[in-house]
Structures are given as structure tokens and as C-alpha cells.
Design a protein around this ligand. Structure first.
Ligand code: AHG
Ligand code: MN
Ligand code: MN
Ligand code: MN
Length: 335
């Protein structure tokens, strides 16, 4: 049997590669892996226990009907972050406002986490892959005081780490600290994430496009042109394949492995876009770039966008470099 490297081993090894690093970030990544194992366990029992499937009965700040699992996952991650000692505050898709932790221990933490606790909510009840997305920043406010809104509203380029967990046919954790992207698969028999996808690279070219094409008539001309191009017969004699799971994490992960493009543009009905800059686009953009791919809002690099509000939305295009270049070219030409 080949040598098994667990996520904890890997994090410790990497920590040793960066002299001066004090281990705080490593502890946060370990905390995230613990929370995600608990959520993965809950996801695996969906349908068997009452508190997992179905609507929670409330609307969240995004105007979406909250699912029970949105709330279960949100609470689970917050509980772990609050007791971490490294994290002074968080913001999540499911909470109206950010949370500044009140304990002295938490306030001595240097980091904040922004996250989408459960991505792909609409897929929970039908047993389709869902995920969690996270993004970690150093606080800009004074250590020892409560976290501030300014801590939360930092540009994507300032992320110190980002990642996602995919509760799919297996559970995977994929993350970057700005030194490449690595993927770990949860071995349920030992309860450990094990290195399964070292140094992940997004193929420069792919043949999969992912978009909710129900919105096509609501999109700008350049998007229509690019989707028409995808449907044309290509050099290999076939059009590109359309694949749209409707869970961003799962669509992104497939494209990361196989090569492809994901498109959720601004539309007439959602002129600011649907996906959230802080919890969805920034972390995935960081991973895409670290794996050799690209991410834009159709005009600018996602990581350069200035956040003004916690729940800010934006158009999102991400994927293989060559496909992204072609898509951006279509947008520019049609404008
Ligand atoms: P969330 O479940 O966290 O609210 O995110 C939903 C997002 C994303 O996961 C998905 O790709 C997209 O919304 C699907 O939107 P449509 O149903 O409009 O295609
Ligand atoms: Mn939601
Ligand atoms: Mn989401
Ligand atoms: Mn969500």
C-alpha cells in the first residue's frame, strides 16, 4: 500500500516549509476539517433523521428559503470557529450581519473566516452533491478588540487561504494557501482526510460548459455568443458538453479536474449577479488562479474587486484559461 498522508500531516509538513509561521493558520484548517467531518456525517444521514431534509421555515438575508441543513452547517462551523482561539469573527451567507466573537480568547485571534456553510441548498432534498466554501483573511483591526466590518470587507487578493468541501460521491476537502492547490478525500473508515489530489492543475483547455441556460435570454449578447460557440462543432468533431449541477462547488470541482468553464453572469433579472463575492466567488477565484485557471466578473479579475457590502453579489466566470480567454473575447467583441 502506498504511503498515506493525512491532512494534519500535510498541514504540519507545509508549516515547517514556511519559517516564521506560528501554526495559527494550520489550526484553523484543522478546525475546518473537523467541522466539515461533522457536516459530512449529517449529510450522509439525510433522509434518515428529521433535522436534515426540508425547509427550516425562515428566509435568509439573501431572500432565499433557508433549508434545515443550511442552518445545521452554519451553526456547526460557527461553533468550531468560536472556540478556535485563532478567529475573532466570521461572516456567512446565512447571517444578516457579521459576528464579532465576544470572548477574550477569540478576540486575541488574528484571523477572520467568510463562508458559505452549505452550497447547493436546492440539491439537498434530492441527494445531489453539495458543499461548503471558506475564505480566510488576517484581521486589519487591532488584536484584542472585537472584529470589525472592515476586517470582513477585504479584497480577494488579501486571502491567506481558501477552500471548499464537496459532499459528493466521496467527501473531499480542497484548499490553497497561495502555494498551489491540494485535494484530500475523507476515508470514512478512519475518519481522516487523506491526500488524494496533490498539486491540482486545471487543464488549460476543456470541453465542458456549465451555465443555467434557462437564463440565456436574460444575458448580454456576448454571453449568448459564447454559449452558441460552445454548441458549435469544434475541432474534434463535437460541440462542447453542457453540464450544470446547480451546486457551484460541484460544478467548479468537476471543471478543476476535467477542464471547463462555469458561467453565472449578471442578467436582466439579477443585474448585480446571483453569486456572492465574499463567500463564493473570491475563494473559488483564488483556487482557480492557483490551479492555473482564471476568474472574472466578465470585465475585471474577481480578486481585484473592492467589496462594499457583506452580501455583495457579482457576475462570475471561472475555468480553464483558454476557454475563459475565448469567453472574455466574446463579451468584449459584442459590447
Ligand atoms: P447556495 O445554495 O449557497 O445559496 O448557492 C446557490 C448557488 C450555487 O450553488 C449554484 O451554482 C447556483 O446558486 C444555482 O443557481 P440557479 O438555481 O439560479 O441556477
Ligand atoms: Mn443560499
Ligand atoms: Mn452557495
Ligand atoms: Mn449556501
Amino acid at each position: 500500500m502506498s504511503h498515506i498522508i493525512t491532512l494534519s500531516d500535510f498541514i504540519m509538513e507545509r508549516q515547517a516549509e514556511f519559517p516564521g509561521s506560528s501554526g495559527e493558520l494550520s489550526r484553523i484548517l484543522n478546525d475546518i476539517s473537523i467541522a466539515s467531518k461533522i457536516v459530512a456525517r449529517d449529510v450522509r444521514r439525510a433522509g434518515l433523521v428529521d433535522h436534515i431534509l426540508g425547509s427550516h421555515g425562515d428566509m435568509n438575508v439573501q431572500g432565499e428559503e433557508q433549508q434545515k441543513l443550511d442552518v445545521v452547517a452554519d451553526n456547526q462551523f460557527i461553533r468550531v470557529f468560536e472556540s478556535s482561539g485563532e478567529i475573532c469573527g466570521i461572516a456567512s451567507e446565512e447571517n444578516d450581519d457579521f459576528l464579532a466573537f465576544t470572548s477574550e480568547r477569540a478576540q486575541s485571534g488574528k484571523y477572520i473566516v467568510l463562508f458559505d456553510p452549505l452550497d447547493g441548498s436546492s440539491n439537498i432534498d434530492c441527494n445531489v452533491s453539495i458543499g461548503t466554501i471558506f475564505s480566510i483573511y488576517k484581521r486589519v483591526s487591532q488584536k484584542g478588540s472585537p472584529a470589525t466590518l472592515e476586517d470582513m470587507l477585504q479584497k480577494g487578493t488579501r486571502q491567506v487561504a481558501a477552500g471548499y468541501v464537496l459532499y459528493g460521491s466521496s467527501t473531499m476537502l480542497v484548499y490553497t494557501t497561495g502555494h498551489g492547490v491540494n485535494g484530500f478525500t475523507l476515508d470514512p473508515s478512519i475518519g481522516e482526510f487523506c491526500l488524494s489530489h496533490p498539486n491540482m492543475r486545471m487543464p488549460e483547455m476543456g470541453r465542458i460548459y456549465a451555465m443555467n441556460e434557462g437564463n440565456i435570454h436574460e444575458c448580454e449578447q456576448g454571453v449568448k455568443d459564447y454559449i452558441s460557440f460552445c454548441q458549435e462543432v469544434q475541432a474534434d468533431g463535437r460541440p462542447y458538453s453542457g453540464r450544470y449541477i446547480g451546486s457551484l462547488v460541484a460544478d467548479f470541482h468537476r471543471n478543476l479536474i476535467k477542464g471547463g468553464i462555469y458561467i453565472y453572469p449578471v442578467t436582466n433579472q439579477s443585474p448585480k449577479g446571483k453569486l456572492r463575492l465574499l463567500y463564493e466567488c473570491n475563494p473559488l477565484a483564488f483556487i482557480a488562479e492557483q490551479a492555473g485557471g482564471m476568474a472574472t466578473n466578465g470585465t475585471e479579475r474577481i480578486l481585484d474587486l473592492e467589496p462594499h457590502q457583506l452580501h455583495q453579489r457579482c457576475g462570475f466566470f471561472t475555468g480553464s484559461k483558454n476557454m475563459m480567454e475565448k469567453a472574455m473575447n466574446c463579451l468584449e467583441t459584442a459590447r
